[in-house]
Design a protein around this ligand. Structure first.
Ligand SMILES: [Zn+2]
Length: 154
């Protein structure tokens, strides 16, 4: 009669490297591991302003104003003026131009529109000279933008 052997049941004592394989990888730069964070489905709502018609700075394509902001001043949207240096500008009048930054002092010299002072207007993105902001003491104000420095995006 032989006593039952108690050996034979494997006990995992001989795996010294077993735990190292379970270490988590440190977070890497995006795109390195191809992780599971895919683009969110169903987020199809694009902002409407990106698709609306716009009038852009010709140099940098920054949105300056929109076609519906065109107005007539003294009977016309377009006006042609010459500055004191004899340079001719063809400008269009716009009720507002959010992409045009007003800079410098207001002036009433050589006012193209009677009773209006003016201030230089630059592209808010690239600072090219886009036109002028005109304002009258009676409260009316508008932008006169140099048409050849703008492009229409339909
Ligand atoms: Zn610009």
């Amino acid at each position: 009669m032989r006593p039952k052997s108690s050996h034979g049941a494997p006990v995992g004592l001989d795996h010294p490297g077993g735990r190292l394989a379970r270490l988590r990888q440190p977070p890497g730069p995006p795109g390195d591991t191809g992780g599971g964070s895919a683009a969110q489905p169903g987020s199809a709502g694009a902002p409407s302003e990106l698709t609306a018609p716009a009038i852009l700075c010709r140099d940098c394509l920054h949105p300056v104003t929109r076609p519906e902001e065109r107005i007539e001043v003294e009977g016309s949207h377009r006006h042609t003026f010459a500055n004191p240096h004899g340079i001719v500008f063809e400008i269009g009048c716009f009720r507002t131009a959010p992409g045009c930054s007003r800079v410098g002092p207001r002036s009433e010299e050589f006012a193209w529109f009677a009773g209006h002072s003016w201030q230089v207007g630059l592209c808010a993105a690239c600072l090219v000279h886009l036109g002028w902001h005109f304002a009258s003491p009676g409260g009316g104000d508008f932008y006169g933008l140099i048409l050849e420095r703008l492009i229409d995006k339909d």
